[in-house]
Design a protein around this ligand. Sequence first.
Ligand code: 6IA
Length: 140
Amino acid sequence: MMKIYFAGSIRGGRGDARIYGALIELLKGYGEVLTEHIGNRSLKANRGEALDSRDIHDRDLNWLRSSDAAIAEVSMPSLGVGYEIAHAVQWGKDVLCLYNPARGKKLSAMIAGSPGVQVCEYRTLDDAKRAMEDFLGKSE
Ligand code: 6IA
């Protein structure tokens, strides 16, 4: 089964957590989502998980390294998501960044201009679904 790493903002702000949850539900139809907790709306930016930062960092990078594909929702700027994208690019992973301009934040040039990532602007969940299907090499 394909292993999919999903990245979305945590301490950068949880305003889009509901969208992450919906995207993760869709992705579960294509493979194992290693980071299901990102869509958990009870995961708060100031509380989160019981692990300390070093454990979270090491666990997440190990998951990312072991993944077959990485998908990041980048509408809410997050240092952690940017850091993960940079690692995925360095490791030669296929990276899809989903960006909804209607959320009101401009996408960093370091992501928009990175030749190692595929950026898809979306507005509806349906658009995002199609982009993820294309990216994962499936079509329904
Ligand atoms: O800088 P951010 O927190 O927004 O970074 C979010 C990204 O870093 C996500 O894609 C995650 O993969 C990773 N990440 C950051 N924090 C966590 C976390 N707990 N659990 C899992 N992955 C994380 C945060 C707990 C903390 C709020 C106490």
